[in-house]
Design a protein around this ligand. Structure first.
Ligand SMILES: [Mn+2]
Length: 210
């Protein structure tokens, strides 16, 4: 059994299937996580969400997931979301027959962070970043979903985890790890660069070009 975690998928269903094949993903034994941002920018957001629901992907709520949840709940579709890939998500969901209730239930349950303990390691997962020294349960959701300073300024987390996974700040190459064991998995799938999956314990990395 492995704990595999995906970077920002952003509607890239084809790449999702290819990266999982590359990782030799076995749905019977492997557990899938994601750092969030399942939808927007890529062409197949509805297929990505359907896959995540069917495979019990344990995602984190990213800024794009917040926009989509607002849309699902209230029909709220602000220009900032539509212009950052949300429009493609609306088209994608028009083309696929997926239960809106299932999608809403899945999205409502998506947490702002996860803490897991596996392979003798304590691991934190967030989408954007954290404010150093503040316990995850007390972090501002805006920071957890939107912050880039934690990654870009290479801040010391000052929290008792062995390892951190996040996305949100797109890279131009492969996934990167900093001196505080913070791993950024957003390899720019939304910009048609790469999609990355990683074994959270061994740090074995799998990536495909979009
Ligand atoms: Mn993103």
């Amino acid at each position: 059994m492995r704990h595999l975690i995906l970077g920002d998928i952003h509607g890239q269903y084809n790449a999702l299937i290819r990266v999982l094949k590359k990782a030799d993903y076995d749905p019977k034994v492997d557990i899938l996580y994601c750092v969030g941002d399942l939808t927007d920018r890529g062409p197949d957001s509805a297929k990505v969400v359907e896959f995540c629901i069917n495979h019990g992907v344990l995602s984190i709520r990213g800024n794009h997931d917040m926009w989509f949840l607002d849309y699902l709940r209230y029909g709220y579709a602000p220009m900032i979301w539509l212009s950052q890939g949300g429009y493609k998500t609306l088209i994608s969901f028009q083309q696929e027959a997926i239960s809106r209730d299932l999608v809403l239930t899945y999205y409502k349950k998506m947490p702002y962070y996860r803490e897991i303990s596996e392979g003798g390691l304590s691991i934190a997962i967030v989408h954007g970043g954290i404010e150093p020294g503040i316990p995850l349960k007390d972090q501002n959701p805006e920071i957890l979903t939107w912050d880039r300073n934690f990654w870009l300024l290479e801040q010391d987390p000052q929290l008792p985890y062995d390892r951190y996974f996040l996305g949100h700040t797109p890279l131009f190459g492969s996934a990167e790890i900093n001196r505080y064991h913070v791993i950024n998995l957003d390899t720019g799938a939304g910009y048609y660069r790469k999609l990355t999956a990683m074994d959270m314990i061994s740090l074995e990395k799998f990536e495909v070009n979009i």
